[in-house]
Write a protein that binds this ligand. Structure first.
Ligand SMILES: [Zn+2]
Ligand SMILES: [Zn+2]
Length: 221
């Protein structure tokens, strides 16, 4: 995966951002969005295997206006995910409820218990469709409201930079501890804002050899 426009592989434990510049609108900003991302690997030290892990904490500068719409966008997406999950689970909930109250449910609909599927099947399909459409409707209304509420110089409702992944190399010592050299840590970031990307590139070390990045769960000896 070569570094192309859109995402960057940055070498280094710490990232440097343009000072007090909002990463969404480019205006003055002295607030932060906090990202944390963990990377784990199995280390073999002598005959003992142990887990090593590092959590990278990144503070992304934003202004208070953009912090709000970026957080709202994330919240809307999470709500949609939860809504879609509930819609998917609703047929199961309906089925379990009807089976637990089999005779009452059959009496309520005035049918024999063995005929209950005739009402349960379309009922489950209806719950699924209505639940999913409802979640989508709420999500799209929130998105339209967010789109019309941002400034013309905003990069987008989700901000100018998106988090990717963090990875690093662990160097085990004989006493069971480990260290991470500064230039053996990598952040993968996605930029939607070209000006911000250019400023960011000039402040950080861009990785030009993606083969250096470790894969998940590398075993070292
Ligand atoms: Zn801003
Ligand atoms: Zn913004």
């Amino acid at each position: 995966m070569p570094p192309t426009a859109g995402y960057l592989i940055v070498r280094g434990l710490e990232l440097r951002w343009p000072d007090e510049i909002c990463t969404c609108c480019g205006e003055h900003g002295n607030e932060f969005l906090s990202w944390s991302d963990s990377y784990k690997a199995t280390l073999s030290i002598g005959v003992v295997s142990t887990y090593a892990s590092h959590t990278s904490e990144v503070k992304v500068p934003v202004c208070s206006f953009c912090k709000k719409h970026i957080n709202q966008t994330g919240l809307s997406n999470s709500l949609f995910f939860i809504g879609a999950m509930l819609a998917l689970l609703s047929p199961i909930a309906l089925y379990v409820y009807a089976m637990l109250h089999r005779s009452e449910t059959a009496r309520f609909f005035g049918m024999a218990p063995r005929d209950l599927w005739k009402i349960l099947l379309p009922g489950a399909a209806l719950a699924l469709v209505v639940g999913f459409l409802g979640a989508f409707w709420i999500w799209s209304r929130r998105m339209v409201k967010l789109e019309t509420g941002i400034k013309s110089n905003c990069s987008g409702i989700a901000g100018g930079v998106q988090r990717g992944e963090f990875r690093c190399n662990f160097h085990p010592a004989s006493d069971g501890t480990y260290t991470i050299p500064h230039d053996e840590a990598w952040h993968i970031l996605m930029f939607d804002n070209r000006k911000l990307e250019a400023a960011f590139r000039s402040l950080n070390q861009i990785e030009l050899n993606p083969d250096r990045i470790p894969e998940n769960d590398v075993i070292k000896s």
